[in-house]
Ligand binder design. Structure first.
Ligand SMILES: [Zn+2]
Length: 102
């Protein structure tokens, strides 16, 4: 067994593989809604997107999150997911002061 095997995930936005630490996980909860999984450990079907708004928008516009998770993603869901995703990026320091709300 090799020590420290890297955990690789594929971004559904740009379809590039990346270290697990560089992606944000989305999860389909047991009741069928899609949520941002900031812990990366929530139960349910998951999909990964780079921690960038570019990849999030790609994944949303091409409906890749919906198809990867086999879930319905409404316009309301998209707004909620975008807000949660941006918050997750801020927690990582990946979106520092970009929208000037400091
Ligand atoms: Zn990506």
């Amino acid at each position: 067994m090799r020590p420290r095997k890297p955990a690789i995930r594929t971004c559904i936005g740009c379809a590039t593989s990346e270290d697990k630490r560089e992606v944000v996980r989305f999860v389909r909860t047991p009741d069928g809604t899609v949520e941002v999984d900031e812990t990366g450990k929530a139960n349910g079907r998951g999909a990964y997107v780079h921690a960038t708004l570019e990849c999030f928008e790609l994944a949303i516009r091409k409906r890749k999150i919906a198809s990867a998770l086999r879930a319905n993603v409404s316009e309301d869901d998209i707004g909620r997911l975008r807000a949660d995703f941006e918050r997750a990026l801020r927690h990582r320091g990946a979106l520092a002061n970009e929208d000037g709300d400091a």
